[in-house]
Design a protein around this ligand. Structure first.
Ligand SMILES: Nc1ncnc2c1ncn2[C@@H]1O[C@H](COP(=O)(O)OP(=O)(O)O)[C@@H](O)[C@H]1O
Ligand SMILES: [Mg+2]
Length: 261
């Protein structure tokens, strides 16, 4: 059965979509059958994976109940587009609105080892749907002032999902993203996160580099575009697999690290 991980943050621009894209790449290279689900009406994830922008059906159709999730998979990605904004509005008026994604993805369990969900840049109904559908939440925190505030708010929403609808939801961890450790504010962000949340903070910090925007534009994985930067995501993927107890895949990720060193 697939393990489902929702990647979230309280706002946009914290590296969520890049994290989903690149963890997906690492997991696949480690032999894990991995599905990436775009749950942001901006459709960035589908774009980063170069999914045909006209691909139908999308996650919006799954949430609306007009398509099965299996039909919405295009090259192991379920894409999103602006239709998702409308689907979210319609969903808001329905009974069981927080459970819709969970029900929609239910049949995919046997088909994948990992399902990664890319959340939109707000802690609204779509993110709650992701948290209710997930086994784990992974928090992305941008290394900026106010990072802590964003993390606290995201943790509250995780708590809410756990208390009400998904008692089994666990925090996989939080990652300091887009960090320039030469700057005081990145170092301070890491210190405050670690002081407050200890082991829940991943040891791996994702370094900031302009190469990420370039690789996204070309729809080429950072693992291939700049392997020396991709090493950060290989390390992060390794830590997540440790926490998930997926030892075989963990070992294969060590092999990937060797090949880029
Ligand atoms: N480690 C990084 N260093 C520098 N820029 C990054 C990094 N990761 C992502 N970016 C860029 O920052 C912007 C926001 O990243 P994205 O992953 O789309 O964040 P989110 O999904 O949280 O909005 C994009 O232009 C992306 O290419
Ligand atoms: Mg995004």
């Amino acid at each position: 059965m697939a393990t489902t991980i929702a990647v979230l943050s309280q706002k946009g621009g914290t590296g969520k979509t890049t994290t989903v894209r690149t963890l997906t790449d690492v997991y696949r290279r480690a032999g894990l059958r991995t599905l990436a689900v775009d749950l942001d009406p901006q459709g960035n994830l589908a774009d980063y994976f170069d999914v045909d922008p006209d691909a139908e059906p999308t996650i919006a159709d799954v949430l609306a109940g007009s398509s099965q999730a299996t039909e919405a998979i295009h090259d192991d990605v379920i894409p999103a587009n602006l239709a998702l904004a409308e689907a979210e509005l319609v969903l808001g008026g329905k009974l069981g609105r927080e459970m819709t994604l969970r029900r929609g993805l239910r049949d995919l369990g046997p088909l994948y080892d990992i399902i990664l969900i890319d959340c939109p840049p707000a802690l609204g109904l779509l993110t709650v749907n992701a948290l209710v559908a997930a086994d784990y939440a992974l928090l992305s925190a941008e290394a900026q002032y106010f990072a802590m505030q964003g993390v606290e708010q995201a943790l509250q929403v995780i708590e809410l999902a756990r208390d009400s609808l998904n008692p089994d939801l666990r925090l996989l961890g939080m990652v300091l993203n887009i960090a320039d450790m030469r700057t005081v504010h990145s170092r301070e962000a890491l210190q405050s996160l670690t002081a407050a949340y200890g082991d829940q903070v991943f040891e791996t910090v994702i370094r900031a580099s302009i190469r990420y925007a370039e690789s996204a534009e070309r729809a080429v994985s950072i693992l291939d575009f700049r392997p020396e930067l991709g090493a950060d995501y290989i390390a992060l993927a390794g830590e997540t697999l440790d926490r998930l107890g997926l030892e075989d895949a963990r070992r294969r990720v060590r092999g990937l690290a060797g090949s880029t060193a």
